[in-house]
Design a protein around this ligand. Structure first.
Ligand code: RFL
Ligand code: PHB
Length: 394
């Protein structure tokens, strides 16, 4: 078996890359460990930056997103029982789209298969070999049989727990862990506000988000070793009511909880993101705490760079764009890493009762909601900084 670009992992990064390459006439094979239903159901991100939305539209996979996604022109910051709106559109001319990551994944899988793309699920034992300067090889097991896929390039888009990263020699990893986690719930209840609410409360952070006009997505700051079984539904609702309360009588609509999970919070960035014919993109190379809603958006930004660089390689024999990949990608990655760390520190309570840190966070929140300069910085980062270049080489 042979292909031009072998892609490990069918998350948003791998699937989008396969599709952007296809649009430039470059063929690929995507190998995914899980089954299709699992990948399409996994509840994760919900906020798409302005540029992510544009990229999906340009790739021809924005139809359902435009019909069902919720356009948001601002967000609320809530602390000390007061709500403050950050008006993204007034401050930056851009907004965001609330549309579930699993919907993006469904749209991308459908587009790949419609175009005759090769996306394989339930692939086991992926191993990379021969990552020399000339070519690369992926070995894997499908339906119990061992296969070898020869490729010009291998792209590791297998997420933070994938195998690709381990094939990079001399990797440097920058890490920061946070002394808390998020308990996330999906509720069969209409959102209680038409925008997201990021709330800082004495009991900890809470976030009100949504997936549709009838489904609410919410998160609570909990401890990193929290046991989900200690959070029956009524305890979750009591804590959400308390942390999202404001001085205007904000009312939270309850409904059956459809999904509950705990997500740990970490920042990790590895460098380099490439070695020979192997390139990493998305969570395989970096993760951010979800407070800034940057993870999937960064995956899209990486893939845009790889799409253009590989397009340039096949169309014009250029390898300088590929050579510059790590350096170009890391600039945006570090900006988003800082933003995510900053939002996280400003909105969460330190469990060790750091009174000094508490006052700094409150001072920072007060600054954001009273200074146009600071609010603009938040809005610019949240809606996403512009890309330097297009995703297509031509
Ligand atoms: P993914 O989505 O993890 O996909 C990797 C894929 O690779 C497969 N895989 C393998 N396949 C073959 N062989 C192997 N050995 C393999 N190992 C793994 C996996 O099964 C999977 O299908 O990585 P990708 O594509 O880089 O995408 C990254 C995003 O998923 C991630 O950054 C976001 O979900 C992060 N995130 C958010 N990002 C945003 O932009 N906006 C948000 O609002 C947002 N909210 C969130 C989030 C992540 C969360 N969790 C659960 C971590 C909220 C939460 C709660
Ligand atoms: C979500 O809707 O899942 C979501 C929204 C904003 C975030 C994180 C997650 O910062």
């Amino acid at each position: 078996m042979r292909t031009q670009v072998g892609i490990v992992g069918a998350g948003p990064a791998g699937l989008l890359l396969a599709h952007l390459l296809h649009l430039q006439g470059v063929e690929s094979v995507v190998l995914e460990r899980r089954d299709r239903a699992y990948v399409e159901r996994r509840v994760r991100a919900g906020v798409l930056e302005h540029g992510t939305v544009q990229t999906l539209r340009e790739a021809g996979v924005g139809k359902r997103m435009d019909a069902q996604g919720l356009v948001h022109t601002g967000t609320e910051l809530r602390f000390g029982l007061r709500s403050h709106r950050i008006d993204f559109t007034a401050l930056t001319g851009r907004g965001i789209m609330v549309y579930g990551q699993q919907e993006v994944v469904k749209d991308l899988i459908a587009a790949r298969l419609d175009a005759g793309g090769d996306v394989r699920f339930e692939i086991e034992d992926v191993a990379l070999a021969g990552l020399d300067p000339q070519e690369a090889r992926i070995e894997f097991v499908e339906d119990g049989a061992r296969h070898v896929l020869d490729c010009d390039f291998v792209i590791g888009t297998d997420g933070f727990h994938g195998v690709s990263r381990s094939y990079l020699p001399d990797l440097v990893s920058y890490e920061r862990s946070y002394p808390f986690a998020w308990l996330g719930v999906l509720a069969d209840a209409p959102p209680s506000s038409h925008e997201l609410i990021y709330a800082r409360h004495a009991n900890g952070f809470a976030l009100h988000s949504m997936r549709s006009p009838s489904v609410t997505r919410m998160y609570l700051q909990v401890s990193p070793d929290e046991d989900l079984s200690e959070w029956p539904d009524d305890r979750i609702w009591a804590e959400l009511h308390a942390r999202l309360a404001d001085d205007t009588g904000f009312a939270l609509t309850e409904g059956p909880l459809l999904d509950k999970g705990i997500t740990s919070m970490r920042s990790v960035v590895v460098t380099p993101m490439q070695h020979g014919r192997l390139f990493l993109a998305g969570d395989a190379a970096h993760i951010v705490p979800p407070t800034g809603a940057k993870g999937m958006n960064l995956a899209v930004a990486d893939v845009r760079l790889l799409s253009r660089a590989l397009g340039g390689y096949y169309a014009a024999g250029r390898d300088d764009l590929l050579a510059a990949y790590t350096q170009t990608a890391l600039r945006r990655v570090w900006r988003a890493t800082h933003f995510s760390w900053w939002m996280t520190s400003m909105l969460h309570r330190s469990p060790d009762g750091d009174a000094f840190g508490e006052q700094l966070a409150l001072a920072q929140l007060d600054y954001v909601v009273s200074s146009t300069a600071m609010a603009t910085s938040l809005a610019e980062n949240y809606t996403g900084l512009p890309y330097a270049q297009g995703w297509s080489y031509r």
